[in-house]
Design a binder for this molecule. Structure first.
Ligand SMILES: Nc1ncnc2c1ncn2[C@@H]1O[C@H](COP(=O)(O)OP(=O)(O)OP(=O)(O)O)[C@@H](O)[C@H]1O
Length: 264
């Protein structure tokens, strides 16, 4: 469970460049919730995930993860609970290491990391089994360097690594945005399967309203650092893209001609 109470975040506070990126956010995400996060450019979506992940501290407010008050915990300490996948498939893996070395590293998440003599046979079988689920033939390429993989293969591997040890929270920051549509759909399906199989508490930022509606059980929309829409369950799955656009403008009380939303 993630609880944000009155969380605010400024950048360049007190200067002419001041940005009020998160404006007194109150949000409770239940265990196993899969929340899609949408909003215009600069709405505060990544800032919200960064605050939860501990990239920086909020200026005010509290953050609880599974009843631990992590508000002042540094990022590395929260990494015990949180896995994150970014837009760039180059992040999250080590390109010069092999697939099995990357997976072995992922297996150590949350444990004391020491030098180990290579990959154990038992682990290797686990890696083969998990990779086979991707249907990309990577189970036959354990000794290939990750830098040789395509963006889609790499993002699939990153998803596997992020969930190799079950995280309490999975944060997906536009993780399919750099992929072609077919590969993006494959990674989304993989995401849905892994999240369902492990019952992960998940937040997924997307600019695609269809994805926001069709994935997850809850949808939040941010605008200017505030949550302006929060729908879940049947109400969410019954939404259309047109509903979302309308609700966006209604929530703001602004003219429909405004084109700040930038959602596909
Ligand atoms: N590290 C930072 N330093 C200064 N300003 C920042 C920083 N991170 C974010 N901001 C500002 O905070 C606001 C919210 O940014 P954020 O990246 O959270 O938006 P977003 O909703 O993720 O947008 P996008 O869809 O374009 O990725 C923006 O005005 C941005 O310029």
């Amino acid at each position: 469970m993630i609880t944000l109470t009155d969380c605010s975040k400024y950048f360049h506070r007190g200067s002419v460049n001041e940005v009020f990126a998160l404006n007194r956010i109150n949000l409770q995400i239940e265990e196993g919730d899969f929340v899609t996060v949408i909003g215009s450019n600069g709405a505060g979506k990544s800032t919200l995930l960064n605050c939860i992940a501990g990239c920086f501290f909020p200026d005010s407010g509290r953050i609880l993860i599974n009843n631990h008050d992590v508000t002042r915990w540094p990022e590395y300490r929260r990494a015990r609970f949180i896995s994150r996948v970014f837009q760039d498939p180059l992040l999250g893996t080590c390109p010069s290491a092999t697939i099995e070395q990357n997976l072995a590293l992922a297996l150590l998440r949350g444990k004391r990391r020491g030098l180990r003599r290579g990959v154990k046979a038992r682990d290797r079988q686990l890696f083969r089994d998990r990779l086979a689920q991707l249907g990309l033939g990577l189970e036959e390429r354990l000794l290939d360097r990750v830098g040789l993989l395509s963006g889609g293969q790499r993002q699939a591997l990153t998803m596997l690594m992020a969930t190799m040890v079950r995280p309490e929270v999975l944060l997906l920051d536009e993780h399919i945005a750099a992929l072609d549509p077919k590969t993006a759909n494959q990674i989304l399906t993989l995401t849905r399967d892994i999240v369902a199989e492990q019952g992960l508490t998940t937040m997924m930022i997307t600019h695609n309203m269809h994805h926001a509606i069709n994935f997850g059980n809850r949808l939040i929309m941010l605008h200017q650092g505030r949550i302006i829409l929060d729908v879940r369950g049947k109400k969410k799955s019954g939404l259309t893209v047109e509903d979302l656009v309308r609700q966006f403008y209604e929530a703001q009380g602004e003219d429909l001609a405004l084109d700040s939303m930038l959602l596909a």
